[in-house]
Design a protein around this ligand. Structure first.
Ligand SMILES: NC(=O)c1ccc[n+]([C@@H]2O[C@H](COP(=O)([O-])OP(=O)(O)OC[C@H]3O[C@@H](n4cnc5c(N)ncnc54)[C@H](O)[C@@H]3O)[C@@H](O)[C@H]2O)c1
Length: 246
């Protein structure tokens, strides 16, 4: 991975931050984008105080121009884009009947349309460049029903898996791989505010009897971003402690 250039969205915290850190630790130059500008700039400065191998910038993935600007920033500094991780998402547990049209559009715009824009922007750069890796963060909720998240979130993540397969097929001839990761129950800020009884009940649903760590998802993403995964495309990798066996 040494010298490769990566862009990771939603990288201010949680899984996105862990992926950015792992790619950076393996030698990649990483552009971290997030809606939370101050946190993402701080995260990038932690990785590379001089900015030589990491940069952080505000991005709203709902806006194609902002996403393209983040990629352009990475290219200005490091010339190429070789790895894109579409990780930014919002999670909502609203009951189906309470989801408004605005809620629906908002979740789909961040979680699915943002990744669609990311795939298009990355494909323009990666086609013909000799190396391309796109990694989309889906979810177990896109594969199997979950009572913990809303129908809009589940639909966006099922869409992410379909998008991954379709784009993988289209870009395969150009040597660009496109894969999805489908996590469940990864610890992080998403669980802040859950009381211990609820957390214990959730842990009990996982066959491995614990939550996953963002670092474990990051290792999987780094594998998919690396040269060893060159023959893997259109796949969805489950990382869920045995919650869904298929
Ligand atoms: N944590 C889990 O257990 C779990 C399970 C299944 C899937 N996932 C998926 O993994 C990914 C990361 O999850 P997480 O738990 O780290 O989430 P998180 O909520 O901790 O982090 C998401 C990040 O995305 C950013 N973001 C939100 N909207 C944005 C926008 N419009 N533009 C740019 N950035 C935006 C947020 O500011 C935040 O930093 C998501 O795609 C999520 O759906 C997580």
């Amino acid at each position: 991975m040494a010298g490769r250039t990566a862009v990771v969205t939603g990288a201010a915290r949680g899984i996105g931050l862990a992926i950015a850190r792992e790619l950076h630790a393996r030698g990649a130059r990483v552009a971290l984008g997030d809606l939370d500008a101050s946190e993402v700039e701080r995260a990038a400065a932690d990785l590379s105080p001089t900015g030589e191998s990491a940069l952080g910038a505000a991005v709203d993935v709902r806006d194609r121009a902002q996403l393209a600007a983040l990629v352009a920033l990475a290219e200005e500094r490091w010339d190429v884009l070789e790895i894109l991780v579409n990780n930014a998402a919002i999670t909502s547990g609203q009951p189906f009947a309470e989801i408004t049209a605005e809620d629906w559009d908002d979740v789909l715009a961040v979680n699915l349309r943002g990744a669609f824009f990311g795939c298009q922007i990355a494909a323009e750069r990666m086609r013909g460049s000799g190396y391309g890796r796109i990694i989309n963060l889906a979810s177990n909720a896109g594969q199997a029903p979950s009572v913990h998240v809303g129908a809009h979130y589940a639909a966006s993540k099922a869409g992410m898996i379909a998008l991954t397969k379709r784009v993988a097929l289209e870009l395969a001839g150009d040597g660009v791989t496109v894969n999805a990761i489908a996590p469940a129950f990864i610890s992080g800020p998403i669980m802040d505010g859950f009381d211990e009884d609820l957390l214990e009940g959730l842990r009990h649903q996982v066959p491995l009897r614990r939550f996953g760590e963002p670092r474990e998802v990051a290792d999987l993403a780094a594998f998919l971003a690396g040269p060893e995964a060159g023959f893997v495309t259109g796949a969805t990798y489950d990382i869920n402690g045995g919650l869904l066996l298929r």
